[in-house]
Each structure stands twice: as structure tokens, then as C-alpha cells.
Design a protein around this ligand. Structure first.
Ligand code: NI
Ligand code: MN
Length: 225
């Protein structure tokens, strides 16, 4: 699997011939000025919750690429009303077949209002299982014991928020990785805004002392996992 980091919580995962794009927030991200939002590939767009820093560019990318937008029921309907043609709306604990993948919407402890004030349903995280294995994108969440339910899935990696303030910070993300049984973590939701600025070297040191690897690809960079 090839993972490309587009800043904040936005990643693209190229696997099994698909480009899965999570939580697109590029045009409003001061750190992602080097990314051309009109060139990001997507066959599916997965939106964890309704906050602007996770949905901002989803509509334009969905319309340009004809990607299927996958989220909770309320958010999927919100995008359908804006003219996004292909949507899949789930709810917590449910999954759906999506091409060669099974995508499951699982617990996140957070909130989920949409940018226009509309109700954004309950926030969630995604587990994607496909021909090259399973991985997790946590969206925005606190540490929660529900994460231990993911351990038997043998996740190849997890993408976890580490910026603190609005989500888990480093200390809790390390505990989350242990609950989920993953050793490779891609860090999300840090440094974009002053309240979530972190010391990335200290974060990587803390993960490494816990026997884990914290991957922090530069914005625009790709890594193979
Ligand atoms: Ni949020
Ligand atoms: Mn957020």
C-alpha cells in the first residue's frame, strides 16, 4: 500500500488499484499550500465526521473525480444534497462492501457538526479491509477502550491523531496503538493550527520508547506500508 500525506488528517491510500482519500482538507490548510487539490486522485472519499477540517475539499474532489463519498448517514446525505452523485452512508458498527474492500465505520469519541451548522451524525473512524490487508483511520477521537476490539483484525497500520487539544495527544495515541495491537502509526491532526502544535521529535522518541514506530511523512510525500 502506498500512503500519501496531504496534511492534517488527509491521506490517500493507493491499494488494489483504488485511491482511497480520507478527510480532504487542503485548500484551508496553511501548511498544504504546495498541494494542488485539483490533482489529488480519488476513487473513494472517506469522511470520518462533519468538521470543516475534515470535509472542506470533499465536494469539489468528489465532483471532479466521480469518487464515491463514504461517511455516516447524515454526512452522506448532506453531500448528496449538494450534488455528489455516489454516496454511501453508514452508521457506527456497520460496514459496506466497496469494490474489493470492506469498509467499516467504528467508534470515535468526538463531535460532528457540519460547516453550515447541520447535524453531522455521530463521528466515526474507518477500518478498511482489502486484498493487501487491513488498516485504520481514526479521524478525530479520544482514547477509548473500544479500540481493543480492533486488535484481532491484525491491522497493518493505524492513522491516529496526535495533536492533543481537540483529540488524543501523543501519550494517549501510544495507548491507543497498544489497544489496537499496531506497531506502525501514521500521525495525523498535528501542527496545522497553534493549539495542536507538537514537538515531533519528542513524539517520535516517545513512540520508539514504547516499541512503536511513528511515521510523519512530509506533506506531499508518499510512503510504502
Ligand atoms: Ni473534528
Ligand atoms: Mn479535526
Amino acid at each position: 500500500m502506498k500512503l500519501t500525506y496531504y496534511g492534517h488528517s488527509c491521506i490517500g491510500v493507493n491499494t488494489a488499484g483504488h485511491d482511497l482519500l480520507f478527510d480532504p482538507f487542503i485548500s484551508g490548510n496553511p501548511l498544504a499550500k504546495g498541494i494542488d487539490v485539483d490533482r489529488i486522485p480519488a476513487t473513494e472519499i472517506l469522511v470520518t465526521h462533519g468538521h470543516g477540517d475534515h470535509v472542506a475539499d470533499a465536494e469539489s474532489i468528489a465532483k471532479r473525480t466521480n469518487a464515491t463519498l463514504v461517511s455516516n448517514y447524515e454526512i452522506a446525505n448532506w453531500f448528496a444534497a449538494k450534488g455528489v452523485k455516489s454516496t454511501v452512508g453508514m452508521n457506527i458498527g456497520g460496514g459496506a462492501a466497496l469494490g474489493p474492500f470492506r469498509v467499516k465505520y467504528v467508534t470515535a469519541v468526538h463531535s460532528s457538526q457540519l460547516p453550515d451548522g447541520a447535524y453531522g451524525g455521530n463521528p466515526g473512524a474507518f477500518v478498511v479491509t482489502g486484498p493487501e490487508g487491513a488498516f485504520h483511520h481514526a479521524g478525530d477521537t479520544a482514547l477509548t477502550m473500544d479500540m481493543q476490539l480492533l486488535k484481532p483484525l491484525n491491522l497493518r497500520f493505524a492513522c491516529l491523531p496526535i495533536g492533543d487539544h481537540f483529540t488524543m495527544g501523543v501519550e494517549d495515541a501510544i495507548k491507543a496503538a497498544a489497544l489496537m495491537g499496531v506497531t506502525k502509526v501514521v500521525g495525523l491532526h498535528y501542527n496545522t493550527f497553534p493549539p495542536i502544535a507538537i514537538d515531533t521529535e519528542a513524539a517520535q522518541r516517545a513512540f520508539s520508547e514504547a516499541g512503536l514506530e511513528l511515521l510523519l511523512p512530509a506533506i506531499g510525500a508518499s510512503i510504502t506500508l
